[in-house]
Design a protein around this ligand. Structure first.
Ligand SMILES: [Zn+2]
Length: 283
């Protein structure tokens, strides 16, 4: 073998050994409809260290049950990261039949825009004492509903509940009449009053009501604590306990509650935290 051929042979052998056959696939980590974005208001898709040949582990974070799904050969946690979570190192608790251990992950900072809204009805910004009993009772009810979860995953993909222009994105740091209020926990889709709303995925209606801030609203649970929420409706055509299929009508868009005009407010929740709906549907 000539020196040149020998060098070529060595190079080909090196290439065969060095080529990263088992490197992770490029692109974004995804499970079903969920896209990984480990930021406040995002979703972290985290390996638990438990293979799917073993029993599914439980995962807990901030005292809440976290959805666990199979991805490749390993059980993964689908962690909803609340908007109020501080960026930095966090850890979920993985619980198997014989041990419990933390799996740490990093929450990256994410810059959400400011939004300033002027409302002529100041009662919806600074509610008088007479409204506070109702507001507090509704907050308790919503807190209770956000903890409801079935152990069966029902939803494997999401469609848009209505199609239209997004007038407010998720996570906006909000000021009503120049006063700071909770950040925007969903997206607003500006469509006229009466536009039909459909269930974006299979699920069970767990709550409907007429709330002080949210107006007429619906909560749907899609399994494993994956929830969607619809606010400011004109009409509601489902009731708690109803099972809905993807595409079923559930109500119509309106302008009830704290609004400046007709739109659908749509939220997506995971383990009791609102996450960016854009991480669940394709734009
Ligand atoms: Zn909204």
């Amino acid at each position: 073998m000539s020196a040149a051929r020998q060098m070529l042979f060595v190079f080909v052998c090196w290439l065969a050994l060095a080529w990263p056959i088992n490197s992770a696939p490029l692109g974004v980590k995804q499970w079903g409809p969920f896209t990984h974005r480990s930021t406040p208001g995002g979703i972290a898709i985290l390996p638990t260290g438990v293979t799917t040949s073993q029993a599914k582990p439980q995962v807990r974070w901030f005292d809440k049950s976290v959805a666990v799904v199979s991805l490749g050969a390993e059980w993964h946690a689908l962690v909803g990261i609340g908007l109020s979570v501080e960026p930095g190192i966090n850890a979920i608790d993985v619980i198997t039949h014989n041990r419990q251990y933390p799996v740490s992950f990093s929450v990256r900072p994410y810059e959400y825009q400011e939004q300033r809204i002027t409302l002529s009805n100041d009662r919806k910004v600074n509610p008088p004492a007479m409204d506070m009993a109702r507001i507090n009772a509704e907050a308790q009810q919503l807190k209770r509903v956000k903890q409801l979860r079935s152990e069966d995953l029902i939803a494997t993909n999401f469609i848009w509940p209505v199609k239209g222009r997004i007038s407010s994105t998720f996570g906006l740091r909000r000021f009503f009449n120049d006063q700071p209020r909770n950040p925007h926990g969903g997206i607003d889709i500006a469509v006229p009053t009466g536009t039909p709303i459909v269930a974006p995925a299979h699920g069970t209606v767990v709550d409907t009501g007429d709330y002080f801030f949210n107006g007429k609203s619906i909560f749907i649970e899609h399994g494993l604590g994956i929830q969607t929420f619809y606010a400011h409706l004109n009409s509601i055509t489902v009731a708690p306990g109803d099972v809905v299929q993807q595409g079923d009508p559930i109500g119509t868009v309106g302008a009830t509650g704290r609004v400046t005009g007709a739109h659908l407010h749509w939220s997506v929740g995971l383990n009791g935290s609102w996450v960016d709906p854009m991480l669940v549907v394709t734009p």
